[in-house]
Ligand binder design. Structure first.
Ligand code: ZN
Length: 227
């Protein structure tokens, strides 16, 4: 069907407030863009995301882009991104975030962006990793290579949301592995995930990456939520 006709029949709505989007608006309306709960972590010496890892794993930096509130706009965006196939939301958020992160690669000498991986079986069920478009776009905007094959997930586990907190806490290093150590030595990896809650998954991934000789790890998540 012709694109304009399709637009006439199914006008695009804001993922935040469900209002009709204007012609120059994409994904979310101007009003919702202004209401995005940005954390500004990248401007702070320390922040809530970094604090989750104090004494647990040594990270160069850790930022989250947005605060996640129940029933809030970020929850809606993440839900559409993660479960409804709206991968364009990841690209959209990364374009906004990249404006704040200009020069990040040079400042911290970052070598590669690494997504928190899904198990191949889960990847098949969902058909995409929800952080993929966010990673790809950040990679392009910040000129940091994207490596989605280095860190792999080993065993199949239940959906995170179905687990209770205690179960999530026991996630351990063995869930993840390094596919190939040979070209990874001495690199600074920027690990990326969608939402940070307890930090257990990121901890596990970071510890796995830090098994690589002389590696450094930093973390960016799309959203931060209090655990
Ligand atoms: Zn809106």
């Amino acid at each position: 069907m012709h694109k304009n006709l399709l637009k006439l029949l199914f006008p695009p709505l804001c993922f935040g407030c469900n209002e009709l989007l204007l012609n120059n608006e994409k994904i979310i309306c101007t009003s919702c863009v202004h209401d995005l709960p940005l954390t500004h972590h990248h401007l702070l010496d320390t922040n809530d995301t970094k604090k989750k890892f104090y004494g647990i794993v040594d990270l160069e930096f850790a930022f989250s882009m947005l605060y996640f509130h129940k029933e809030g706009i970020v929850q809606k965006l993440i839900h559409q991104l993660k479960y409804k196939g709206k991968q364009e939301i990841g690209s959209y958020l990364a374009i906004i975030y990249a404006l704040s992160l200009k020069g990040l690669k040079e400042k911290y000498n970052i070598d590669e962006i690494i997504p928190v991986p899904l198990h191949p079986k889960r990847l098949k069920e969902r058909s995409y990793n929800q952080v993929d478009t966010f990673c790809l776009t950040l990679s392009r905007e910040l000129s940091i290579p994207y490596n989605k094959t280095l860190l792999i997930k080993n065993e199949y586990s239940k959906t995170q949301t179905k687990k209770n907190k205690a179960e999530r806490q026991v996630l351990n290093n063995s869930l993840f592995d390094i596919k190939d150590y040979s070209s990874a030595e001495g690199k600074h990896f920027l690990l990326i995930d969608d939402v940070i809650t307890t930090g257990a998954t990121i901890e596990s991934c970071a510890k796995t990456l830090l098994k690589i000789p002389n590696a450094k790890v930093s973390v960016i998540t799309i959203a931060y939520t209090q655990s």
